[in-house]
Structure formats: C-alpha cells, structure tokens
Write a protein that binds this ligand. Sequence first.
Ligand SMILES: [Zn+2]
Length: 220
Amino acid sequence: MVLSTTEENYLKAIFKLSLKSPENISTNNIAAETQTTAASVSDMMKRLAEKQLVAYEKYKGVQLTDIGKNIAIELIRSHRLWEVFLVDKLGYKWDEVHIIAEELEHIKTPDLISRLESFLGFPTNDPHGDPIPDADGNINNHEPISLNELKALEKGVIVLVKEQSTEFLQYLDRIKLNIGSRIEVLEVNSYDNSRLVRIAAADTVFLSDKVSDNLIVKRV
Ligand SMILES: [Zn+2]
C-alpha cells in the first residue's frame, strides 16, 4: 500500500495517542497532536478508514486497525533505528537527530531497515532512551527505575538524571555518562551498594550508591 508522508504521520500520531489513552481518541486529540484543525483531521480519518487503516465513527472516536497499527509501529521502528545510526555512526548529537529521522523514517526500500538494524548490532533503545520495536512489532516498555535497583548483569539505558547540580552533571560528563547511554551492571558490592558498571561497549566505572540513586534507567 502506498501512503503519503502525511497519511503515515497521522497513523503515528494516533498510535502515540493510543499509548496514553486507548479508549478515547477524538479528532480534537489528533488535531492537537498533529497541530492541525479538527476539520482536516476528519477528512483524513475518512480517507484512512477507506483504506482500512483506522476505524472511525463520528461520535465514537478513532482507532487504528491492525494494519494501521503495524504501519505505525514500523515507522517508529525505522525512526528510532535511524536516530541510533545518526548518533552512533555519523556523530550527530542526540538533540539533533529527531528532525532528520522524521524524514528518513518514510523511506520504504525493502530490507533497508532490517539491514540497518543488524549493522547497528540490534540496539534496543534510541538515543533518547525510547524502546525500538523489534521486527515483529513488539515494544519493550519497561518502567523507569533507579540505577541502584538494577542487579548484576542487568542492562539498562539512562533515561533521566534526578540530580541537576553542576557538580553532578560535570561528573557524568567526565565518566561519559549521558541520557541515552547504554549500561550494564557488572558487579554489585553488597557492603555499600556501590556497583561496577560498563558504559556503552567500552569504559567501566565504579558508581556509588548515591550516584546510582540519582540516575534513572529503563531495563533493556
Ligand atoms: Zn525522534
């Protein structure tokens, strides 16, 4: 099925809304999400309904069909893999890549995304910490926890920094730990709960319990 970029972006917007409140997606919600008017949203919903990508009844709201949902998840998968590529392989900063990935995600060459995924070593999260759906469309949505709740040999990605002091952030810079950093806990010292952590695929560092408590991660 050939879809326009606009149509695809609507499917993505509806999917994102469905993660927040699956029951109740109105044309107004979609208009707010896509920054357009409710009138153009209802026109678009009729078009997508004809293509059997959404189920749309005027007073009942909008739902993605299975086909529509699969297309949305594929776009998100492609988007997040391109973001990893841009940061890891082309050296872009993590705040620069979203807008580029918004365009790249629409390229539909067969095999491109699975080759990209394997070239990148099957990453599980994008540079912002969001999970990358696998080829079957499964998304791993783990709840954020403190790094000191990760056990030995568990892996995670840093999604948030609780403490914002300059001293703390400069310390994180020095040990090259950032939002989006992938980490693996190698050892936990049961005496003081400090832990030896591998950052990305290279450096290892000892983190105190206090530092770990201030780093929020998602298990991957
Ligand atoms: Zn993005």
